[in-house]
Design a protein around this ligand. Structure first.
Ligand SMILES: NC(=O)c1ccc[n+]([C@@H]2O[C@H](COP(=O)([O-])OP(=O)(O)OC[C@H]3O[C@@H](n4cnc5c(N)ncnc54)[C@H](OP(=O)(O)O)[C@@H]3O)[C@@H](O)[C@H]2O)c1
Length: 354
């Protein structure tokens, strides 16, 4: 293997290390690291949660003392400032690998490039990845990057719809529009989120747990977006935040509860409906990704619950989207869209349901 493909393979390994902890590291980003001498792996590690050692620390703890012929690969630029743990740059200056390959720069403009200057000044060669692998490293931390640069979490809205755009029948029954494979996929989405959010209408009709079903999964923040604080006591289960009571929501400007969530360390929000909340988020330009699961069904009932009841517009004023992925989920079809006005980097969809 030539050097470039060794670098790419090693960064892929580092990405795989980080992947296992997506949805567990907030407010920190998921990060993975591997250390290798040529093609020989010396150590690997990931950041496993806020307040615990960073990926570089866990990786280098497995490595032999002498790293003079080794390269450290890390998906995100090493930290150069003291947070809850000492800066990783200090450790690298002490352990002195011959080379450091970075997947992407620190998205915080105040820190970006600092580690590179510090390491290079000490005679350690630093390279920053380019192309597809660099994009994958950026996608991995897209929620963290959005949170750190805007104070808002990354918002994905997921809805299961009939072909004619309904999310429940006229009796408000929505179980089940989509099939087992799609419902399985939603579990993966929940695992990757820091918080799962729904509107008060969905709370009243479905009483959803919003937690991943996997027992060992960390509990997610459960966010209920109400206007009138009419959330019944039985829906106020553990880890629940009610928008009007806990997040300063005025019933209209959804940016306020989202900013409040970000301040509480939530970088990544999964909104699981219902239709009116999803439409309001779209109208207020707060959606990063719209994930629509189309079930091969028709209801043909104008009294059924509409999926995205945005205000009526003429074609030139239509809300437009850029599709970035289409997947078969059993009998259903997942369509992933980015509002045409949203930021650059959609997240990778979790696989493993097909
Ligand atoms: N197929 C699916 O993927 C899916 C997913 C979720 C839900 N559902 C179904 O969808 C139905 C509920 O959806 P829905 O559209 O009626 O309700 P919804 O979007 O879940 O909730 C609407 C409620 O949210 C509150 N709200 C707060 N701020 C709002 C804002 N800015 N804009 C709009 N609402 C705001 C209001 O609560 P207050 O009334 O307290 O003021 C409003 O009545 C249920 O039948 C459920 O089973 C289906």
């Amino acid at each position: 293997m030539n050097n470039a493909s060794v670098d790419e393979q090693m960064l892929l390994k580092a990405l795989a290390c980080a992947e296992g902890f997506v949805g567990r590291t907030a407010p920190n980003p998921p990060v993975g690291a591997v250390c290798a001498r040529g093609e020989t792996l010396l150590g690997e590690g990931a950041h496993q949660g806020a307040g615990t050692p960073h990926a570089e620390v866990n990786c280098l703890a497995q490595c032999p003392e002498d790293l003079s012929e080794a390269t450290l690969y890390v998906t995100l630029e090493p930290c150069s400032t003291t947070g809850r743990t000492p800066p990783c740059c200090e450790l690298l200056l002490k352990r002195r690998p011959r080379r450091v390959v970075i997947g992407c720069l620190d998205p915080n403009p105040r820190h970006a490039g600092r580690a590179i200057s510090l390491l290079e000044a000490a005679g350690i060669r630093v390279e920053v990845a380019k192309g597809d692998i660099a994009e994958r490293c950026k996608r991995l931390i897209a929620p963290f990057a959005k949170a750190i640069t805007t104070g808002l979490p990354y918002v994905r809205v997921k809805l299961a719809m009939t072909l004619d755009g309904y999310i429940a029948d006229h009796t408000y029954r929505s179980q089940w529009i989509s099939g087992a494979a799609a419902r399985d996929w939603v579990q993966h989405l929940r695992l990757r989120a820091d918080a799962v959010m729904v509107g008060a209408g969905t709370v009243r009709h479905d009483h959803p747990s919003l937690q991943p079903h996997l027992e060992e999964a960390p509990k997610k923040v459960r966010v209920l977006i109400d206007r009138t604080a009419r959330i019944a006591p039985e829906d106020r289960t553990a880890h629940t935040l009610v928008a009007t009571e806990d997040l300063g929501y005025d019933g209209e400007h959804l940016e306020t509860p989202l900013r409040a969530l970000c301040k509480r360390g939530v970088n990544d929000v999964l909104c699981e409906g219902g239709g009116r909340l999803a439409a309001a988020l779209l109208e207020q330009h707060l959606v990063d990704e719209l994930l629509l699961v189309y079930a091969p069904k028709l209801l043909g009932d104008a009294a059924a619950v509409r999926g995205l009841p945005v205000a009526p517009r003429r074609l030139p004023e239509a809300i437009t989207f850029i599709p970035f992925e289409r997947l078969a989920l059993g009998e259903d079809t997942l369509l992933c869209l980015k509002p045409a006005t949203a930021a650059e980097t959609p997240l990778e969809q979790p696989r493993g349901t097909e």
